[in-house]
Ligand binder design. Structure first.
Ligand SMILES: Cc1cc2nc3c(=O)[nH]c(=O)nc-3n(C[C@H](O)[C@H](O)[C@H](O)COP(=O)(O)OP(=O)(O)OC[C@H]3O[C@@H](n4cnc5c(N)ncnc54)[C@H](O)[C@@H]3O)c2cc1C
Length: 385
């Protein structure tokens, strides 16, 4: 019987893994199945653009076209459980349950918003971590901008910075505030990069509130632990990502956040027939720390795991997968940005790119991650709701 390779999740990591597996194993007796909740490939790294009304950004591309390989069987359905003993994945296809058996599983289910850390956030805050949330936030922004509403973005990590800047640039009638519990924005960047972040947020009229730790989100704003109240028509929650519970529920070894614990070849430390990649994996980067949740790590892991699996199927022991970094890329609207070049361990180099050159650099990197004709780009840069 053919060796059954199943990849669950077709984001940056899973799609990359499935494509490369198909290429490397063309002459082998294997079947490759890719399971994804939707038939669209979502460019998550553009969802802040979608929120700001750039209609063609991040709205989803045909997954079949992105895959571009008929030898991979695509199953569109939601994974509901994984049984590590019978080695089956339970999938709801159009709400009809199905079981898919595997000999080797690649777990690539990504991550979503982290809305359960603070009371009121899941009930009242909006998020930008997946297509459904970003679309809902876009519609909300469209409503509040006509009244010149206030949007408070909580979290000044990359998603928060990019979302605040994009909204401020595309929707100038909005009042945009950015809250962070840290004492500055851009920790981990060189001083010049941090200065430029501050300058750009200032230019876009984004007011930055540091050392503001949120205690509670209300329907009409939020309170900080210091008792300060912020009124807002819309609160956007960007304080980090949370991974699905499926790996932990299946009994795979995970860290306390539910990311699958893997060895240097991205193989589960508890189940040798299972691998994990992307946000859902606690893979170690070159620096020895768990990799940053990013498109950069996801692509490297997706490529790497395919090489590892192909080597093992050929009876060889593969070398470790190297997940190293090159830059941290932050867009600040469509005409500005910061690129902090990094060492492979993600520590910053001295070299920093800012302004239009950084924006163009980031745009070209984002384009390089998908198959898309140049004509498909564009979409308004106005806040259309
Ligand atoms: C607004 C925003 C901006 C970002 N900007 C950057 C950036 O500039 N640079 C950068 O490096 N990173 C950026 N990121 C982070 C980056 O998008 C993620 O780290 C990356 O998408 C992780 O890839 P992944 O393949 O692990 O997961 P994902 O891309 O999340 O893909 C997971 C896939 O699994 C599917 N899935 C999930 N659960 C199920 C289920 N139960 N059944 C079936 N399918 C399921 C999903 O539908 C999805 O297709 C940004 C993220 C956001 C939200």
């Amino acid at each position: 019987m053919s060796h059954r390779l199943v990849v669950v999740g077709a984001g940056y990591a899973g799609l990359q893994a499935a494509k490369r597996l198909a290429r490397l194993l063309r002459r082998h007796d294997v079947t490759i199945t890719l399971v994804n909740a939707s038939d669209r490939f979502v460019e998550r790294v553009r969802l802040h653009q979608l929120v700001a009304g750039q209609s063609r950004a991040g709205g989803g591309l045909s997954l079949r076209e992105q895959l571009n390989d008929p030898s991979v069987r695509l199953v569109v359905g939601r994974v509901t459980a994984i049984d590590a003993v019978s080695r089956t994945v339970a999938v709801a296809v159009d709400t009809v349950p199905a079981l898919i058996g595997y000999d080797t599983l690649v777990y690539a289910l990504g991550s979503g918003a982290r809305l359960d850390d603070v009371p009121g956030a899941s009930a009242h805050a909006y998020a930008v971590a997946d297509l459904g949330q970003a679309t809902r936030l876009r519609d909300r922004v469209g409503q509040v901008m006509t009244s010149g509403g206030t949007v408070v973005v909580v979290g000044a990590g990359l998603t928060g910075l990019e979302t605040a800047a994009e909204l401020a640039e595309s929707c100038p009638t909005l009042r945009v505030r950015l809250l962070t519990g840290a004492d500055d924005v851009g920790s981990g960047l060189m001083p010049r990069a941090r200065r430029h972040l501050r300058y750009a947020l200032d230019r876009l009229d984004v007011s930055v509130h540091t050392k503001a730790v949120v205690a509670k989100v209300r329907e009409d704003g939020l309170d900080t632990v210091d008792g300060e109240a912020f009124a807002a028509h819309t609160v956007v929650w960007t304080t980090g990502f949370r991974v699905p519970e499926l790996a932990r529920a299946a009994g795979f070894a995970t860290d306390e956040d539910g990311r699958m614990l893997v060895d240097a070849t991205l193989r589960s430390i508890s189940h040798p027939d299972v691998y994990a990649v992307g946000d859902a994996a606690a893979g170690l980067s070159v620096g020895g720390a768990p990799g940053r949740m990013s498109c950069q790590s996801a692509l490297a892991m997706g490529r790497g795991v395919a090489g590892v699996i192909a080597a093992r199927l050929a009876g060889e022991e593969p070398p470790p997968v190297r997940v190293g970094y090159v830059f941290t890329n932050i867009s600040l609207g469509r005409r500005d940005g910061v690129v902090q070049f990094t060492h492979a361990d993600d520590s910053p180099r001295r070299f920093v790119l800012t302004g239009r050159a950084a924006a163009a650099f980031k745009e070209s990197v984002v384009r390089s991650t998908v198959r898309k004709s140049w004509g498909e780009y564009g979409g308004g840069t106005t806040c259309s709701g």
